[in-house]
Design a protein around this ligand. Structure first.
Ligand SMILES: NC(=O)c1ccc[n+]([C@@H]2O[C@H](COP(=O)([O-])OP(=O)(O)OC[C@H]3O[C@@H](n4cnc5c(N)ncnc54)[C@H](OP(=O)(O)O)[C@@H]3O)[C@@H](O)[C@H]2O)c1
Length: 330
C-alpha cells in the first residue's frame, strides 16, 4: 500500500516528527513517506545543500549534527515523536562508528528524555547488532541499543533491527544489483549463507506504523520482507535471472580475495581520510552465514505487513536507476 491510499490524512495532521539522517538513503525515502502519510517533518541536517530535496516536502530544517545540543534542542522542542535514522555506516575503527552510533545516539536520547512530555523515540539499529563481535559497526549498533534501553524508563523507545535494506537511492547494494543485470553474480562468502532483506518502502511503512502504534513496550523488533527463512545466493540469482530475462553466471569470491581488497581499501581510507567501503569487519559481516531474522513480533506489535519481495524490489530499484540516468543525461 502506498501511504495515504486508504486514508486521506490532513496534511501534517498526524503531528510533528523530528527526523535525523534525512539526507541519507533510508532517511530520504522515509521523510517523503512520512509527509505523504500525514506527518510534519522537522529534520536535523548537517548540510543544507544536501537537504534541498526536502524543501518540496515542506520539511523544516535544523542545521547541526548529533553533537550539537543547541541544534538538537531546536529539533526536539514540541515534537510528538523522534525517528533517529542518522548513523555511521562506514569507518575504520570502533571510534569512527561510536562517535555517531553511540555518543550521537546518547546525545539525542538524553535530550529527548528530558522533554516535557517526552516524545516517542523510534531508532534504527541494525540486524548487525545481533552479532556485535563481527565488526566495529556491529558493536557500535549494539552499544547504541544499550544506550537507548537506559532511557526507556523516561520515554517510550522502539528499536528496529532491519537486515540489508535496498531500494532507490541506496549506494551500497546497487553495484551488486547492476552487476547481476550485466550477467555476473558475485557470491560473497559461503554459497550456503542465508540472509533476510528489506525494501526501503517497507522499512518506511514499518517506521510509520511505529509512530501510529505509540508505545509498543520495550524490546527490539527485527524486520524483513516477508520471506520466512530469508534468501540464499541461489535464490537471489534465480530471481535476478527472471528479472533480467537472461542467464546470470555465479562468481564465488574467495574470502582471501575479499580480505586482501579490504586491507587495501582500509589502508587507502587511512591515507586519504575517506571512510572505506570494504574493511576486514565488513568482510566478516558479508561472509557471516546467517543473517536471517524473524519479523513475527514486529508484524504483531505494529500491525505491519511488508509488501515488496526481492523480485519486485529489484525491478523498482532498477527502474529508478534507469530513470535517474536518463534525467542526468538530458
Ligand atoms: N542501509 C542499510 O542496509 C541499513 C541496514 C540496517 C540498518 N541501517 C541503519 O539505518 C540508518 C541509516 O542508514 P543509511 O543506509 O540511510 O545510511 P546513509 O545513507 O549513510 O545515511 C546516514 C545519515 O546519517 C547522517 N549522519 C551521519 N553522521 C551524523 C552526525 N554526526 N550527525 C547528524 N547526522 C549524521 C548522514 O548525514 P550526511 O548526509 O550529512 O552525511 C545521513 O543523513 C543507520 O543508522 C544504519 O545503521 C541501514
Amino acid at each position: 500500500m502506498q501511504p495515504g491510499e486508504t486514508e486521506a490524512p490532513i496534511q501534517g495532521g498526524k503531528g510533528l516528527v523530528a527526523l535525523t539522517g534525512a539526507t541519507g538513503f533510508i532517511g530520504g525515502v522515509l521523510a517523503e513517506w512520512l509527509v505523504r502519510s500525514g506527518w510534519r517533518v522537522r529534520a536535523l541536517v548537517r548540510s543544507l545543500p544536501r537537504a534541498r530535496f526536502l524543501h518540496p516536502l515542506g520539511a523544516e530544517l535544523i542545521q547541526g549534527d548529533l553533537a550539537d545540543s543547541e541544534a538538537l534542542h531546536s529539533l526536539l522542542v514540541g515534537v510528538k515523536a523522534v525517528v533517529h535514522c542518522a548513523g555511521a555506516v562506514r569507518g575504520i575503527d570502533f571510534a569512527d562508528f561510536a562517535r555517531v552510533n553511540v555518543a550521537g545516539t546518547e546525545c539525542i536520547a538524553a535530550l529527548a528524555a528530558r522533554m516535557d512530555p517526552p516524545p516517542l523515540f523510534v531508532a534504527l539499529s541494525s540486524l548487525a547488532a545481533r552479532e556485535p563481535h563481527l565488526s566495529p559497526y556491529a558493536a557500535s549498533k549494539r552499544e547504541g541499543e544499550a544506550v537507548l534501553e537506559r532511557f526507556s524508563d523516561a520515554m517510550p523507545v522502539t528499536i528496529l533491527r532491519p537486515p540489508a535494506v535496498y531500494g532507490p537511492g541506496d549506494r551500497e547494494m546497487l553495484p551488486l544489483l547492476l552487476l547481476m543485470m550485466r550477467g555476473i553474480a558475485p557470491v560473497l562468502g559461503s554459497p550456503q549463507a542465508r540472509f533476510s532483506m528489506l525494501y526501503v518502502d517497507d522499512l518506511s511503512s514499518a517506521i510509520e506504523r511505529c509512530l501510529v502504534a505509540g508505545d509498543v513496550g520495550r524490546g527490539v523488533l527485527a524486520l524483513h520482507d516477508g520471506r520466512v527463512g530469508g534468501y540464499t545466493w541461489d535464490a537471489v540469482v534465480e530471481i535476478a535471472t527472471r528479472v533480467r530475462g537472461k542467464p546470470i553466471r555465479r562468481l564465488v569470491v574467495p574470502r582471501g580475495l575479499l580480505n586482501a581488497l579490504a586491507a587495501i581499501s582500509r589502508r587507502w581510507g587511512s591515507l586519504t581520510g575517506t571512510p572505506p567501503m570494504l574493511t576486514p569487519g565488513k568482510v566478516r559481516e558479508l561472509t557471516h552465514p546467517d543473517w536471517v531474522c524473524d519479523n513475527t513480533e514486529a508484524s504483531r506489535a505494529l500491525a505491519w505487513a511488508p509488501q515488496v519481495e526481492f523480485a519486485e524490489g529489484l525491478r523498482r530499484t532498477l527502474a529508478h536507476h534507469r530513470a535517474l540516468k536518463r534525467s542526468t543525461r538530458s
